[in-house]
Design a protein around this ligand. Structure first.
Ligand code: UTP
Length: 297
């Protein structure tokens, strides 16, 4: 049966992007007991700001943040702090003043509350009324991506060519396969893999490939139909992967191996590696950090 194209939605330029940020951050306890994981700082800015800047650089400036209890700091971070700005301005701290006011004005953000952390699929579904009948991005901010062409932009270009959902992929070493959603794919065509299915955290010996989904997605709004129909599974969670598997049965879902330096900053080791790597590259701190590390090693 020919696949019905999604011309109506794909003709539109994507501007909406959902940031699910309501998870419990258990891998990072106790740091995340009272501080949102997304607000943990890599060098000089929180993870969520990297994600938002990547989205803006990709032309996605209509941001929907899914938050929960204990996540107020995210809202405050992207809000105007009149007192702080006035103090910095009065003290002549111009560079800091400019940076603080830039962050507060960089994006229009809508906040949606996920009242119970019922999984990534449920968090994305919470954003459905704000997304409506449009294609949209999803970005997991604890996966930090650094690249010349922003990863969301790489996905967006392929989405505009294909008109369908496109998911960011990376090859992972065998020992890491069981940490990710792993995809089952066709041969690559025009830089894209058509996905037949995805398996959440498989054992390496049962994994359909070594390509993992790495927290950046563009979806057609049809995904919401399958999230709505989805069943709450193990651990009381509605899985995004289950809805994606159903979506892949009714229309193409593609995977793209993206070009980016990637850090899984949602766990302490990945986070330390992200800080060391970006710290060493930082103009202001790089040389000083290198000298300090050389003394330690
Ligand atoms: P993760 O599993 O990486 O985040 O979910 P987590 O649940 O916060 O962390 P751990 O596993 O307990 O250490 C991927 C993304 O989905 C969001 C998280 O905030 C993260 O960005 N998420 C997860 C939600 O928004 N709601 C949920 O119910 C679950």
């Amino acid at each position: 049966m020919p696949i019905e194209p999604v011309a109506k939605v794909s003709d539109k330029v994507i501007r909406k992007i959902v940031f699910p940020a309501a998870g419990m951050g258990t891998r990072f306890l106790p740091a995340t007991k009272a501080t949102p994981k997304e607000m943990l700082t890599v060098v000089d800015r929180p993870l969520i700001q990297y994600g938002v800047e990547e989205a803006l650089a990709s032309g996605m400036d209509d941001i929907i943040m899914v938050t929960g209890r204990g996540k107020r700091a995210i809202e405050d971070h992207f809000d105007i702090s009149a007192e702080l700005e006035a103090n910095l301005h009065a003290a002549g701290k111009d560079e800091l003043y400019r940076e603080v006011s830039r962050v507060a004005r960089m994006a229009s953000v809508a906040y949606v509350r996920q009242k119970v952390a019922m999984g990534l699929g449920h968090a994305v579904l919470c954003a459905a009324p704000w997304v409506g009948d449009e294609c949209f991005g999803v970005s997991l901010a604890d996966e930090l991506m650094i690249s010349d062409v922003p990863v969301m932009q790489q996905l967006r270009e392929k989405h505009e060519e294909s008109g369908f959902s496109v998911v960011a992929l990376a090859r992972v070493p065998e020992e890491d396969v069981s940490k990710y959603g792993i995809v089952d794919v066709d041969q690559e065509q025009g830089g894209l893999f058509r996905l037949h299915g995805m398996v959440e955290k498989p054992e390496a010996k049962n994994a359909p490939s070594n390509m993992a989904m790495i927290g950046r997605y563009i979806f057609t709004p049809r995904l919401f139909d399958f999230l709505k129909e989805g069943e709450i599974g193990v651990g009381g969670e509605l899985q995004l992967t289950d809805a994606m598997n159903t979506l892949a049965k009714v229309e193409p879902v593609y995977g793209l191996l993206v070009n980016a330096e990637r850090f899984d900053a949602g766990n302490p080791l990945g986070f330390l590696i992200a800080n060391a790597t970006l710290g060493l590259k930082n103009k202001k701190y790089g040389d000083l950090l290198k000298a300090a590390l050389e003394k330690l090693l």
